[in-house]
Design a protein around this ligand. Structure first.
Ligand SMILES: *Cc1c(COP(=O)(O)O)cnc(C)c1O
Length: 335
């Protein structure tokens, strides 16, 4: 079975060996405050900076999911409330989580701008040029949900103060681990707010991370797998170039060689990592079932587009031969 599900998604095949390694070597039984484990955390952070080209002054910590980061932004980084210019289901959910914690009584007062860089639900993306405009126009902090693009696309990190992702999408790993990357300005804001009420308050995690530790017992297997995967992946610039070329090829292919339409009309809004394909409800149901019989999982639609789209992940762990299999299937399907 090959999978194009946009999360949880295909993991790198090498993860099987790395997981075995983690068990046999005893890594998963290490005390998380032991020097052996702290070395793994330290090396993983170093690799994230190196492979993803994260600026030196940006901090990184581990959490359990991206959803947790939505709450951390609201609890630890938002003074009054946050602004959420969203275009799909994840952006909307983030806003709902945030406003439960910091209700938007006076929208003009927003001090955090919350942007979903890649809206997984409908295959749209916010490009760096747009983020640059936000940066120029908005004086508060900018937080970016990059769950389905971090590890796949190259970012201009300094255009935002907070970036976060879960590892089960572009990083090609099993779910259960998230990471948050944040600027000195974000840390400064956290210090001003001084939130220390929760186990996942930013300052508390930050202080633990300075010792390469976490407040709670972390997902040690997940961190180890992340380290091993990062050791093998090319630098982000290389990954980015491959994915963009594959995305362009997917869009051309869907439009020119299949019976399907693209959900997003304007090319500049189309995601490079999640391709959303539009069709009649019955046809969408049929193609997914037929693909499954052919050994291919394609992604269901999500939210408002649940029944009228299917989604194709364009993540780094998927290889060229698998893409060929799906293209061959879609080319001949229904003819
Ligand atoms: C998958 C996804 C999330 C949620 O990630 P979790 O790991 O379930 O917390 C949030 N935002 C976007 C854009 C996503 O694609």
């Amino acid at each position: 079975m090959i999978t194009f599900y946009p999360g949880p998604s295909k993991v790198y095949p090498a993860v099987a060996g790395f997981a075995q390694e983690a068990v046999l070597s005893g890594v998963v039984s290490l005390n998380h405050r032991s020097s052996g484990f702290m070395d793994i955390v330290k090396e993983t952070l170093r690799l994230l900076h190196e492979k993803l080209a994260v600026p030196e002054e940006y901090h990184i910590f581990f959490v359990s999911s991206a959803t947790e980061c939505w709450e951390i932004v609201a609890q630890s980084l938002t003074v009054a409330n946050s602004l959420h210019p969203y275009s799909g289901a994840f952006g909307k959910k983030w806003m709902e989580y945030a406003h439960r914690i910091k209700p938007a009584l006076m929208p003009g007062e927003a001090d955090v701008l919350c942007v979903v860089q890649n809206e997984t639900s409908n295959g749209t993306q916010v490009r760096m040029e747009t983020l640059k405009q936000f940066r120029e126009q908005f004086t508060g902090l900018i937080a970016v949900d990059a769950v389905s693009s971090l590890g796949g696309l190259a970012f201009d990190w300094r255009l935002a103060d907070v970036w976060f992702a879960s590892v089960q999408k572009c990083l090609g790993l099993p779910p259960g681990l998230g990471l948050m990357i944040y600027s000195p300005a974000a840390l400064e804001r956290a210090r001003i707010i001084g939130d220390r009420q929760y186990y996942n308050s930013l300052l508390f995690i930050h202080e633990n991370m300075e010792k390469f530790q976490t407040p709670y017992t972390p997902n040690s297997l997940g961190i180890y797998l992340l380290m091993r995967v990062l050791q093998q992946v090319p630098p982000i610039g290389t990954v980015d170039a491959v994915l963009r070329q594959r995305a362009a090829s997917w869009y051309r292919f869907i439009e020119e060689e299949t019976r399907w339409n693209l959900l997003i009309d304007q090319p500049e809004h189309r995601s490079d990592t999640v391709i959303a394909v539009l069709g009649e409800e019955e046809a969408i149901r049929a193609v997914k079932a037929e693909a499954l019989r052919a050994g291919i999982t394609i992604g269901n639609g999500y939210g408002d587009w649940k029944n009228t789209t299917f989604r194709i992940a364009n993540f780094p762990a998927i290889d060229e031969s698998e893409i060929t299999v799906l293209k061959d299937f879609l080319r001949t399907y229904g003819r």
